[in-house]
Design a protein around this ligand. Structure first.
Ligand code: T4K
Length: 376
């Protein structure tokens, strides 16, 4: 059967939105209060809701995930070098550079595509101050192994949990691991506030410090104690968050079904590999990433993407190129390809397929049939 191109383009995601009626009610409240930012009723409500949802001890809202990352690094007063993964979004690595820290790239595991904790120790020098792990596509890093290394070498741990909203390890939310974790609430995320983010920690004093840094370093009027920036989430973003949080369960239920359908149709295809999810973890259902193994599939990831585009399907190349391949970082010793072989291969194979609650069963079936039809 010949499959027709989709009438409307299918992208990697389609954000959930609050209903207009409930949003109008929130807007009225904000207009009446005239408290637009710098804290307020909406941000307090969202903070409480997220703390509950993420099981976070302490949480601070941010205008986006990148600022939250930059502030996390500043709060821990990191210096020198930080060991991290090259297989991530630019924000992870740039946030180190903005803090005058040298990123040290560590290779990743082929199975989970997360930082390879068995290769971290050999990268530690007397300049190393922390490990920055990314729970890639919502699959948590090996947090126990990383903690063991950090404890032995007196290093701090930050987790970039931008993809891991609700991910769990042995039934414990990812927000409970590391010194600080960062979430992103960008429009493309499972839970969105259009733009937004949060910093979570088990340490009250760290979050307090981060909140001062988030507000220009102002501790109290006439008392400016750190070189801070402006990272606050405003009341409109917060209101959207309050409303979207109510829909999150429904969206996850739909995505679980969609994930199963993709597995059903593509799971046995030679040359197609899904991210491995260890038994002790719970997924965030943020992305559905497959790998195209060129030799076995008979076509490269890039060619598959070009073919899909003819049908109006536009997966995202998460993540290509590797951060270690950017001109700004390429000259670093740790950016050498021979040390990042797994990451280099993985970045040529991955693509995030359309994955959102509104995707219909027949759309998924057709996307999969197109891919299957390309197999040689
Ligand atoms: N750490 C990690 C590991 C991250 O992945 C990210 C962000 C961060 C940190 C930083 O967090 P934030 O500062 O962003 O809060 C997107 C997002 O812009 C970015 O937030 C996200 N990661 C990254 C993985 O994906 P692009 O370049 O893929 O975005 P874009 O505009 O191409 O969007 C992808 C598709 O989504 C579009 O084709 C259509 C759809 N879309 C997009 C937007 C913006 C919509 O339907 N509506 C929208 O409003 O980066």
């Amino acid at each position: 059967m010949r499959i027709k191109a989709f009438k409307k383009p299918l992208y990697v995601t389609k954000p959930i939105l609050p209903g207009k009626k409930s949003l109008n009610k929130k807007i009225k409240e904000i207009w009446l209060s005239r408290q637009l930012t710098n804290g307020g009723k909406q941000s307090e409500e969202l903070k409480r809701g997220l703390q509950r949802y993420l099981g976070a001890k302490y949480l601070s809202l941010f205008n986006n995930g990148t600022t939250a990352l930059m502030v996390a690094i500043k709060s821990l007063e990191l210096k020198g070098e930080v060991i991290t993964t090259p297989f991530t979004f630019p924000a992870t690595i740039h946030s180190l550079t903005w803090n005058n820290i040298k990123p040290v790239f560590c290779d990743i595991k082929d199975s989970t595509m997360n930082i390879d904790s068995d290769k971290i120790e050999q990268l530690i020098t007397k300049e190393t101050s922390a490990i920055l792990g990314v729970h890639i596509f919502g699959t948590p890093c090996e947090v126990d192994k990383i903690k063991n290394i950090a404890d032995r070498y007196n290093l701090k741990i930050i987790y970039d949990a931008a993809h891991a909203f609700g991910s769990k390890i042995n039934n414990k939310n990812v927000s409970l691991f590391g010194d600080l974790s960062v979430f992103s609430f960008h429009a493309t995320k499972l839970f969105n506030t259009f733009e937004g983010g949060a910093l979570v920690s088990n340490s009250k004093s760290l979050i307090k410090k981060a909140e001062i840094l988030r507000n220009f370093g102002i501790k109290k009027p006439e008392h400016i104690i750190y070189p801070g920036l402006n990272g606050k989430m405003n009341e409109l973003q917060s209101a959207i968050g309050v409303l979207n949080l109510k829909q999150i369960h429904r969206e996850i239920v739909k995505r679980k079904k969609i994930l199963n359908l993709y597995h059903k149709h593509l799971g046995c295809m030679p040359g197609i590999k899904f991210q491995e999810k260890p038994d002790n973890i719970e997924d965030s259902f943020q992305y559905l990433v497959i790998r195209i193994k060129k030799e076995k599939f008979g076509m490269s990831r890039d060619r598959v993407m070009r073919e899909l585009a003819n049908y109006n399907v536009f997966p995202s190349k998460y993540f290509f190129p590797l951060c270690s391949e950017y001109p700004y970082y390429k000259k670093l010793h740790s950016a050498k390809r021979k040390n990042l072989r797994v990451a280099f291969n993985v970045s040529k194979e991955t693509m995030a397929l359309p994955f959102f609650g509104d995707l219909t069963e027949s759309e998924i079936k057709n996307i999969c049939s197109i891919i299957i039809g390309l197999h040689k």
